[in-house]
Design a protein around this ligand. Structure first.
Ligand code: GDP
Length: 279
Protein backbone atom coordinates (compact mmCIF):
# COMPACT_ATOMS: atom_id res chain seq x y z
CA UNK A 1 0.00 0.00 0.00
CA UNK A 2 1.45 3.40 -1.03
CA UNK A 3 2.16 5.68 1.88
CA UNK A 4 0.46 9.09 1.81
CA UNK A 5 1.63 12.01 3.84
CA UNK A 6 -1.20 13.34 5.95
CA UNK A 7 -1.51 16.81 7.31
CA UNK A 8 -2.64 17.25 10.89
CA UNK A 9 -6.24 17.94 9.96
CA UNK A 10 -6.48 14.82 7.75
CA UNK A 11 -4.87 12.68 10.45
CA UNK A 12 -7.34 14.10 13.00
CA UNK A 13 -10.31 13.34 10.73
CA UNK A 14 -9.14 9.78 10.15
CA UNK A 15 -8.65 9.27 13.88
CA UNK A 16 -12.16 10.68 14.50
CA UNK A 17 -13.73 8.32 11.95
CA UNK A 18 -11.87 5.36 13.46
CA UNK A 19 -12.95 6.34 16.97
CA UNK A 20 -16.55 6.56 15.78
CA UNK A 21 -16.28 3.09 14.26
CA UNK A 22 -14.87 1.70 17.49
CA UNK A 23 -17.66 3.33 19.50
CA UNK A 24 -20.28 2.04 17.04
CA UNK A 25 -18.96 -1.52 17.26
CA UNK A 26 -19.02 -1.30 21.05
CA UNK A 27 -22.61 0.00 21.05
CA UNK A 28 -23.69 -2.59 18.52
CA UNK A 29 -24.81 -5.17 21.06
CA UNK A 30 -27.45 -2.73 22.31
CA UNK A 31 -28.83 -1.98 18.84
CA UNK A 32 -31.84 -3.86 17.43
CA UNK A 33 -30.24 -4.07 13.92
CA UNK A 34 -26.47 -3.97 13.41
CA UNK A 35 -25.44 -1.15 11.05
CA UNK A 36 -24.31 -2.33 7.61
CA UNK A 37 -21.11 -0.86 6.22
CA UNK A 38 -21.50 -1.86 2.60
CA UNK A 39 -23.59 -4.03 0.30
CA UNK A 40 -21.24 -7.03 0.44
CA UNK A 41 -19.80 -6.56 3.90
CA UNK A 42 -20.99 -7.88 7.23
CA UNK A 43 -21.50 -5.76 10.34
CA UNK A 44 -18.57 -4.19 12.18
CA UNK A 45 -17.10 -6.50 14.82
CA UNK A 46 -13.99 -6.96 16.94
CA UNK A 47 -11.10 -9.05 15.62
CA UNK A 48 -7.49 -10.01 16.28
CA UNK A 49 -4.70 -9.79 13.68
CA UNK A 50 -2.94 -13.15 13.63
CA UNK A 51 -0.65 -12.62 10.61
CA UNK A 52 0.30 -9.80 8.28
CA UNK A 53 1.05 -10.41 4.62
CA UNK A 54 1.88 -6.90 3.43
CA UNK A 55 -1.32 -5.62 1.84
CA UNK A 56 -3.54 -8.20 3.55
CA UNK A 57 -3.91 -9.64 7.02
CA UNK A 58 -5.36 -12.76 8.61
CA UNK A 59 -7.96 -11.73 11.18
CA UNK A 60 -9.64 -13.91 13.80
CA UNK A 61 -13.25 -13.09 14.75
CA UNK A 62 -13.40 -12.31 18.48
CA UNK A 63 -17.20 -12.15 18.59
CA UNK A 64 -20.32 -12.99 16.60
CA UNK A 65 -21.45 -16.22 14.95
CA UNK A 66 -18.01 -16.88 13.44
CA UNK A 67 -16.06 -16.33 16.65
CA UNK A 68 -12.72 -18.19 16.54
CA UNK A 69 -12.71 -18.45 12.74
CA UNK A 70 -10.10 -16.65 10.65
CA UNK A 71 -10.53 -14.56 7.50
CA UNK A 72 -8.31 -12.89 4.98
CA UNK A 73 -8.87 -9.13 5.05
CA UNK A 74 -7.77 -5.95 3.30
CA UNK A 75 -6.79 -2.85 5.19
CA UNK A 76 -8.61 0.44 4.83
CA UNK A 77 -6.20 3.24 3.91
CA UNK A 78 -4.07 4.63 6.75
CA UNK A 79 -4.11 1.39 8.73
CA UNK A 80 -0.78 0.24 7.36
CA UNK A 81 0.96 0.18 10.74
CA UNK A 82 -1.14 -2.76 11.94
CA UNK A 83 0.86 -5.71 13.28
CA UNK A 84 0.24 -9.23 14.53
CA UNK A 85 -1.49 -9.08 17.90
CA UNK A 86 -3.41 -5.87 17.16
CA UNK A 87 -7.10 -5.80 18.00
CA UNK A 88 -9.27 -4.22 15.32
CA UNK A 89 -12.79 -3.48 14.14
CA UNK A 90 -13.46 -5.30 10.88
CA UNK A 91 -16.24 -6.51 8.56
CA UNK A 92 -16.55 -9.95 7.03
CA UNK A 93 -16.62 -10.03 3.22
CA UNK A 94 -16.74 -12.57 0.45
CA UNK A 95 -14.00 -13.60 -0.18
CA UNK A 96 -12.04 -11.00 1.81
CA UNK A 97 -13.06 -8.85 4.73
CA UNK A 98 -12.00 -5.29 5.52
CA UNK A 99 -10.24 -3.92 8.58
CA UNK A 100 -11.78 -0.53 9.34
CA UNK A 101 -10.23 0.59 12.64
CA UNK A 102 -7.42 -0.23 15.04
CA UNK A 103 -8.03 -0.50 18.79
CA UNK A 104 -5.61 0.86 21.35
CA UNK A 105 -2.53 -1.29 22.12
CA UNK A 106 -1.53 -2.49 25.59
CA UNK A 107 2.06 -3.02 24.49
CA UNK A 108 4.14 -3.09 21.34
CA UNK A 109 7.45 -4.61 20.32
CA UNK A 110 9.30 -2.62 17.69
CA UNK A 111 12.49 -3.18 15.78
CA UNK A 112 14.66 -0.86 13.71
CA UNK A 113 14.17 -1.04 9.94
CA UNK A 114 17.23 -0.90 7.61
CA UNK A 115 17.19 2.91 7.95
CA UNK A 116 17.23 2.80 11.75
CA UNK A 117 13.57 3.84 12.14
CA UNK A 118 11.62 1.83 14.72
CA UNK A 119 8.83 -0.28 13.23
CA UNK A 120 6.27 -2.17 15.31
CA UNK A 121 6.31 -5.96 14.76
CA UNK A 122 3.92 -7.35 17.37
CA UNK A 123 1.32 -5.88 19.71
CA UNK A 124 -0.44 -6.70 22.95
CA UNK A 125 2.15 -9.15 24.26
CA UNK A 126 1.59 -9.84 27.98
CA UNK A 127 4.80 -11.68 28.78
CA UNK A 128 8.24 -12.43 27.36
CA UNK A 129 9.53 -15.91 28.22
CA UNK A 130 13.32 -15.62 28.50
CA UNK A 131 14.41 -19.17 27.69
CA UNK A 132 17.71 -20.47 29.05
CA UNK A 133 19.14 -23.97 29.38
CA UNK A 134 22.07 -25.67 31.13
CA UNK A 135 23.49 -26.02 27.61
CA UNK A 136 24.39 -23.77 25.85
CA UNK A 137 25.81 -22.35 29.06
CA UNK A 138 23.77 -19.34 30.19
CA UNK A 139 25.36 -16.07 31.29
CA UNK A 140 23.85 -13.76 33.85
CA UNK A 141 24.63 -10.77 31.67
CA UNK A 142 22.61 -12.15 28.77
CA UNK A 143 19.65 -12.93 31.04
CA UNK A 144 19.86 -9.43 32.49
CA UNK A 145 19.89 -7.83 29.05
CA UNK A 146 16.68 -9.65 28.16
CA UNK A 147 15.08 -8.63 31.46
CA UNK A 148 16.01 -4.99 30.92
CA UNK A 149 14.76 -5.09 27.32
CA UNK A 150 11.41 -6.51 28.49
CA UNK A 151 11.06 -3.99 31.31
CA UNK A 152 11.84 -1.18 28.86
CA UNK A 153 8.82 -2.06 26.72
CA UNK A 154 6.67 -2.65 29.83
CA UNK A 155 6.13 -6.35 29.20
CA UNK A 156 6.53 -8.81 32.06
CA UNK A 157 9.55 -11.10 31.63
CA UNK A 158 9.51 -14.69 32.95
CA UNK A 159 12.69 -16.80 33.14
CA UNK A 160 12.20 -20.27 31.69
CA UNK A 161 14.86 -22.87 32.47
CA UNK A 162 14.51 -25.51 29.75
CA UNK A 163 16.25 -28.92 29.38
CA UNK A 164 15.80 -29.71 33.08
CA UNK A 165 16.22 -33.39 32.12
CA UNK A 166 19.95 -32.65 31.83
CA UNK A 167 20.05 -31.68 35.52
CA UNK A 168 18.52 -34.86 36.90
CA UNK A 169 21.71 -36.83 36.34
CA UNK A 170 24.24 -34.07 36.97
CA UNK A 171 24.28 -32.59 40.50
CA UNK A 172 27.17 -30.24 39.65
CA UNK A 173 25.23 -28.75 36.73
CA UNK A 174 22.15 -28.49 38.96
CA UNK A 175 24.20 -26.57 41.54
CA UNK A 176 25.57 -24.28 38.84
CA UNK A 177 22.02 -23.44 37.68
CA UNK A 178 20.81 -22.94 41.26
CA UNK A 179 23.68 -20.51 41.92
CA UNK A 180 23.08 -18.60 38.69
CA UNK A 181 19.34 -18.23 39.19
CA UNK A 182 19.17 -17.72 42.97
CA UNK A 183 19.04 -13.93 42.76
CA UNK A 184 16.10 -13.60 40.33
CA UNK A 185 13.19 -14.63 42.60
CA UNK A 186 14.50 -12.21 45.21
CA UNK A 187 14.10 -9.45 42.58
CA UNK A 188 10.53 -10.56 41.89
CA UNK A 189 11.10 -12.59 38.70
CA UNK A 190 9.32 -15.89 38.18
CA UNK A 191 11.33 -18.93 37.14
CA UNK A 192 9.66 -21.80 35.31
CA UNK A 193 11.20 -25.22 34.69
CA UNK A 194 10.57 -27.19 31.51
CA UNK A 195 11.86 -30.08 29.49
CA UNK A 196 10.56 -30.47 25.99
CA UNK A 197 12.40 -33.81 25.91
CA UNK A 198 11.08 -35.34 29.13
CA UNK A 199 7.55 -33.97 28.73
CA UNK A 200 7.66 -31.59 31.70
CA UNK A 201 5.47 -28.81 30.35
CA UNK A 202 2.61 -28.56 32.90
CA UNK A 203 4.04 -25.48 34.63
CA UNK A 204 4.47 -23.79 31.24
CA UNK A 205 0.92 -24.58 30.07
CA UNK A 206 -0.43 -22.94 33.22
CA UNK A 207 1.80 -19.85 32.81
CA UNK A 208 0.73 -19.33 29.19
CA UNK A 209 -3.01 -19.63 29.81
CA UNK A 210 -5.09 -16.51 29.10
CA UNK A 211 -2.03 -14.52 28.10
CA UNK A 212 -0.16 -13.64 24.89
CA UNK A 213 3.49 -14.65 25.10
CA UNK A 214 6.68 -14.73 23.06
CA UNK A 215 9.80 -16.85 23.55
CA UNK A 216 13.23 -15.24 23.37
CA UNK A 217 16.68 -16.62 24.12
CA UNK A 218 19.95 -17.57 22.52
CA UNK A 219 20.08 -20.15 19.77
CA UNK A 220 20.07 -23.77 20.95
CA UNK A 221 18.19 -23.33 24.24
CA UNK A 222 15.15 -25.15 22.83
CA UNK A 223 12.67 -22.43 21.78
CA UNK A 224 11.57 -24.21 18.60
CA UNK A 225 11.26 -27.51 20.46
CA UNK A 226 9.02 -25.84 23.04
CA UNK A 227 6.84 -24.18 20.41
CA UNK A 228 6.50 -27.47 18.54
CA UNK A 229 5.55 -29.29 21.74
CA UNK A 230 2.95 -26.62 22.55
CA UNK A 231 1.46 -26.68 19.05
CA UNK A 232 0.75 -30.27 18.09
CA UNK A 233 0.18 -29.30 14.42
CA UNK A 234 3.82 -28.26 14.17
CA UNK A 235 4.06 -28.98 10.44
CA UNK A 236 1.00 -26.85 9.80
CA UNK A 237 2.64 -24.13 11.85
CA UNK A 238 5.76 -24.00 9.71
CA UNK A 239 3.69 -24.15 6.51
CA UNK A 240 1.43 -21.33 7.55
CA UNK A 241 4.30 -18.92 8.11
CA UNK A 242 4.54 -18.40 4.37
CA UNK A 243 1.82 -17.89 1.89
CA UNK A 244 1.60 -18.63 -1.83
CA UNK A 245 -0.01 -15.78 -3.72
CA UNK A 246 -1.88 -16.13 -7.00
CA UNK A 247 1.36 -15.33 -8.84
CA UNK A 248 3.10 -18.20 -7.09
CA UNK A 249 5.29 -15.82 -5.08
CA UNK A 250 5.83 -16.43 -1.39
CA UNK A 251 5.04 -13.59 0.94
CA UNK A 252 5.99 -14.12 4.52
CA UNK A 253 4.49 -12.73 7.67
CA UNK A 254 7.00 -11.30 10.14
CA UNK A 255 5.14 -12.64 13.14
CA UNK A 256 2.30 -15.10 13.57
CA UNK A 257 -0.09 -15.56 16.45
CA UNK A 258 -1.14 -19.08 17.44
CA UNK A 259 -3.94 -19.98 19.80
CA UNK A 260 -2.63 -22.73 22.06
CA UNK A 261 -4.88 -25.76 22.48
CA UNK A 262 -4.13 -25.59 26.22
CA UNK A 263 -5.18 -21.91 26.38
CA UNK A 264 -3.42 -18.63 25.77
CA UNK A 265 -1.64 -17.55 22.64
CA UNK A 266 1.87 -17.44 21.34
CA UNK A 267 3.42 -14.99 18.90
CA UNK A 268 6.12 -16.75 16.94
CA UNK A 269 8.60 -14.77 14.96
CA UNK A 270 11.22 -15.95 12.53
CA UNK A 271 14.27 -14.41 14.18
CA UNK A 272 13.24 -14.95 17.78
CA UNK A 273 13.17 -11.27 18.69
CA UNK A 274 16.97 -11.12 18.67
CA UNK A 275 16.54 -7.38 18.06
CA UNK A 276 15.52 -7.05 21.70
CA UNK A 277 19.22 -7.33 22.41
CA UNK A 278 20.10 -4.89 19.66
CA UNK A 279 21.27 -7.46 17.13
P1 GDP B 1 16.33 -23.03 19.51
O1 GDP B 1 17.53 -22.67 18.69
O2 GDP B 1 16.27 -22.23 20.76
O3 GDP B 1 15.05 -22.96 18.75
O4 GDP B 1 16.54 -24.54 20.00
P2 GDP B 1 16.01 -25.92 19.38
O5 GDP B 1 14.58 -26.13 19.73
O6 GDP B 1 16.39 -25.98 17.94
O7 GDP B 1 16.84 -26.99 20.22
C1 GDP B 1 18.26 -27.04 20.20
C2 GDP B 1 18.73 -28.43 20.60
O8 GDP B 1 18.35 -28.69 21.95
C3 GDP B 1 18.10 -29.54 19.76
O9 GDP B 1 19.09 -30.50 19.52
C4 GDP B 1 17.01 -30.09 20.66
O10 GDP B 1 16.75 -31.45 20.41
C5 GDP B 1 17.62 -29.90 22.05
N1 GDP B 1 16.58 -29.75 23.08
C6 GDP B 1 15.48 -28.97 23.04
N2 GDP B 1 14.78 -29.08 24.17
C7 GDP B 1 15.43 -29.98 24.97
C8 GDP B 1 15.20 -30.51 26.27
O11 GDP B 1 14.23 -30.21 26.97
N3 GDP B 1 16.12 -31.40 26.76
C9 GDP B 1 17.22 -31.75 26.03
N4 GDP B 1 18.07 -32.62 26.59
N5 GDP B 1 17.47 -31.26 24.81
C10 GDP B 1 16.60 -30.39 24.26
Amino acid sequence: MAKRRLNRRQAWRIKKIQDERIARAERKAALPEPPETGADLGPEQRGLIIAHYGTQVEVEALEGPHRGQTWRAHLRANLDSLVTGDQVIWCEGDPTGVIVAQLERKSVLSRPDPYGKLKPVAANIDQIMVVIAPLPEPHAMLIDRYLVAAETVNIEPVILLNKTDLLATDPALQQQMDDLLAIYPTLGYRILHTSSKAGGLEELHAALRERTSVFVGQSGVGKSSLVNALLPEADLRVGSLSETTSKGVHTTTTAQLFQLPSGGSLIDWDDSFAFLLGN
